[in-house]
Write a protein that binds this ligand. Structure first.
Ligand code: GLA
Length: 430
């Protein structure tokens, strides 16, 4: 295990030895390890831990479910405007061991956080400060709102998505919880409804006005595919990621991204403002529907709100890029796909203003490296990760060169991961 992988689990507490949670997909400094094997969890060890925490019941063993994290390849800050996105699920995620306890008590523990809690049914609709348990609580609250009342649960979570890295660790907790509850209580909801439950949990319980992309990708991902999704209609299709001798590499800035909720919610409000202005002239229901040529005719309406103009320009141009990038991919033109990634980053930096110095530094350094086709920030921004499309031959020199220059420029240490497009949520079979 390389030094880098340890940095992932700084939140992981003493419960499991760290190497139980590791995947071989991280680039280790020396030598570069290109072997892929599925990210592994030690299920027997987690079952022992579950029994220690909640008590063993011979005829009521926990069931295990897994939901991945996600990386967005292109289509950023478009989902909540009804636009296009192109994410894929990744080979890191959240494992949940869960059982019904029929006692009306809700018990939550995690191998990643110290905080665990036991709540009676009467208290599960109240948020617990800013704790991670608000994600499962928000999901349970949504089931209640749909008239599905739960009679008590024991839940143990274990994750290997780095927290705060923009890889949707929170969506993976929400979706795995929703999927598991649906199974255990025979609620017969389909996956799209579980996606909506998970998004609503985040919107209403956590207070983050996120769009639907993360939960959708986490629930609906498919191995070796990315997912092209229209966030207005929820029409989607899986697109094969034929990368040949190329790799998708994530670089974590390790700039703590306290999912800057207020800045994110500001962007949502600014896009809403832009839509109202555009609607004075163009007949659209969302910015996602707006074509660039129609948008350009509205510039004069934005004289008093140039900021809203730039936000909308990003959304329009990004939507165009998603379609062009997916076309390029399907025509095996990875260079054109990479060019779209670079333009996306510039637009997020200049028009949408969600980048940061560490993100820009990583994108600039990666873009200079031979063999890198495209690099951009991924996720909400304000820190977190960049996603890079590169030739595998370049991997050997890439990490050291970028890591060293990045450290010099920012004083931060970056982590590198090669990721593999993976399946969405499901029950674990051992
Ligand atoms: C976060 C949100 C998503 C999406 C991205 C930006 O990940 O949860 O809904 O808006 O930011 O594309």
């Amino acid at each position: 295990m390389g030094i880098l992988i340890h940095a992932l689990y700084t939140d992981t507490k003493d419960i499991l030895p760290q190497n139980h949670l590791t995947s071989t997909h991280s680039l280790s400094r020396k030598p570069i390890n290109m072997t892929h094997s599925s990210a592994s969890f030690d299920l027997p060890q987690l079952e022992r831990l579950f029994n220690e925490k909640f008590g063993e019941q011979i005829d009521n063993s926990p069931v295990s479910f897994h939901a991945p994290g996600r990386v967005n390849l292109i289509g950023e800050h478009t989902d909540y405007t009804g636009g296009m996105v192109f994410p894929c699920a990744i080979d890191r995620g959240t494992l949940l061991l869960i059982r019904r306890n029929n006692t009306n008590q809700f018990r939550f523990a995690s191998t990643n956080f110290d905080f665990s809690t036991e709540l009676p049914a009467a208290e599960i609709s109240k948020a617990q400060g800013d704790s991670w348990v608000n994600y499962p609580l928000g999901v349970i609250d949504q089931f209640k709102k749909r008239g599905i009342n739960l009679d008590g649960l024991d839940c143990l979570y274990s994750g290997n998505v780095p927290n705060g890295a923009g890889l949707s660790s929170s969506a993976s907790i929400e979706v795995v919880t929703a999927f598991a509850i649906n199974e255990l209580f025979n609620a017969s909801l389909d996956n799209i409804e579980l996606v909506k439950i998970s998004q609503a949990a985040e919107n209403e319980f956590v207070g983050m006005q996120c769009g639907i992309m993360d939960q959708f990708a986490v629930a609906m991902g498919k191995q070796n595919h990315a997912l092209m999704l229209n966030c207005q209609t929820l029409h989607y299709r899986h697109v094969p990621l034929n990368l040949d001798d190329h790799a998708i590499v994530l670089i974590n800035t390790n700039q703590r991204r306290e999912l800057n909720e207020s800045a994110y919610n500001d962007r949502v409000a600014e896009c809403q403002r832009a839509l109202t202005i555009v609607q004075q002239r163009v007949d659209v229901n969302s910015l996602g529907e707006l074509r660039m040529e129609d948008f350009e005719t509205t510039e004069d309406l934005f004289t008093d709100d140039p900021l809203a103009y730039r936000r909308a320009r990003h959304v329009c141009s990004e939507n165009t890029r998603v379609t062009a990038a997916v076309d390029a991919l399907e025509n095996n033109d990875l260079n054109a796909f990479g060019a779209m990634m670079k333009q996306s980053h510039q637009s997020l930096r200049d028009d949408f203003e969600v980048s940061s110095k560490p993100l820009d530094t990583l994108v600039d350094l990666a873009s200079k490296h031979p063999g890198v086709l495209g690099a951009r920030l991924t996720g909400a921004g304000f820190g977190g990760c960049t996603v890079n499309l590169m030739h595998q031959d370049a991997l050997a020199t890439f990490e050291n060169a970028v890591a060293n220059d990045y450290q010099q420029a920012t004083g931060l240490t970056a982590d590198f991961y090669i990721i593999k497009p993976s399946d969405g949520v499901g029950e674990m079979t051992s």
